[in-house]
Design a protein around this ligand. Structure first.
Ligand code: KIV
Length: 263
């Protein structure tokens, strides 16, 4: 039986940390869930780690649907979350719904949409029509051109207050999870205190309901200089499953992220 969104909400409510990793194919899907990963994210990071681009923005809907189907076929237990890639969620709520359909048909149980309060109407439109949405706030990589790079967001008080409000608005609109990326730890904790739905961090805080990282970074296949939010778990472990089990164990014990991996 596959993990469901209500089960993730229950884990969060009783304080059992959620371990999420990106995944793009059937072999890794099988291996990751065997190692205890609760959620497989078909992230648009595949633009970088699979396709070799410098950003996620060249990734298409067809790419995400293809990799979602592969992950779905390779796994039986983990919840499947798929990214809405750049250009697929920005035009209108109806357009976003139409674009989410092939991802759900490929096996996604939930789609992830980047953005703040301006995306609340879109989230509401999808949720009212049967498509669960995970909201992604903070350093949203599809907007890296506007940020001038992949930079920490929410460092000043007006920016932080806007992000807290965005998380509230997105929850109010029906988002079933709030993922926050590359923000100060204190802001992550304010957001966690401001919403009831599960929160997932990447460069955020160990106080989040769960954590996510890019698989390649965890197993030692990331870039030579990893961003601060990432960690290579492969040193001292045996193979892919050793590194993944070490990541899952550290997330479940709330040992990761420690101060060295927060902002
Ligand atoms: O695309 C991705 O990998 C993500 C992250 C949150 C890891 O969105």
């Amino acid at each position: 039986m596959r993990t469901t969104l209500p089960e993730l909400a229950r884990m969060s409510a009783v304080g059992v940390p959620i371990a999420m990793l990106t995944c793009y194919d059937a072999s890794f899907a099988r291996a990751l869930e065997t190692c205890g990963v609760d959620v497989l994210l078909i992230g648009d990071s595949l633009g970088m780690v699979i396709q070799g681009h410098a950003s996620p923005n060249p990734v298409t809907l067809a790419d995400i649907a293809y990799h979602t189907a592969a992950v779905q076929r390779g796994s039986q237990k983990a919840l499947i979350l798929s990214d809405m890639p750049f250009g697929s969620s920005q035009i209108s709520p109806a357009d976003t719904f139409r674009n989410a359909v092939p991802l759900i048909q490929a096996g996604a149980q939930c789609v992830k949409i980047e953005g703040g309060s301006e995306m609340a109407a879109t989230v509401e439109f999808l949720v009212h029509r049967g498509i669960p949405v995970c909201a992604h706030v903070g350093m949203t990589p599809q907007s890296h051109n506007q940020f001038g790079g992949f930079r920490v967001q929410g460092k000043d008080e007006p920016g932080a207050a806007r992000m807290v409000q965005a998380a509230r608005d997105l929850e109010q609109a029906g988002a079933c999870m709030i993922l926050m990326e590359c923000i100060p730890r204190s802001l992550a904790e304010r957001i966690c205190d401001s919403v009831q739905v599960p929160t997932i961090g990447i460069g955020a805080s160990p106080a989040c309901s769960g954590q996510v990282l890019v698989l390649q970074d965890v197993i030692g296949l990331g870039p030579e200089r990893l961003p601060r939010l990432a960690k290579d778990f492969s040193p001292g472990t045996e193979g892919v499953s050793g590194a993944v089990r070490a990541y899952v164990a550290d997330v479940k014990a709330r040992r990761f992220p420690d101060a060295a991996h927060c902002y």
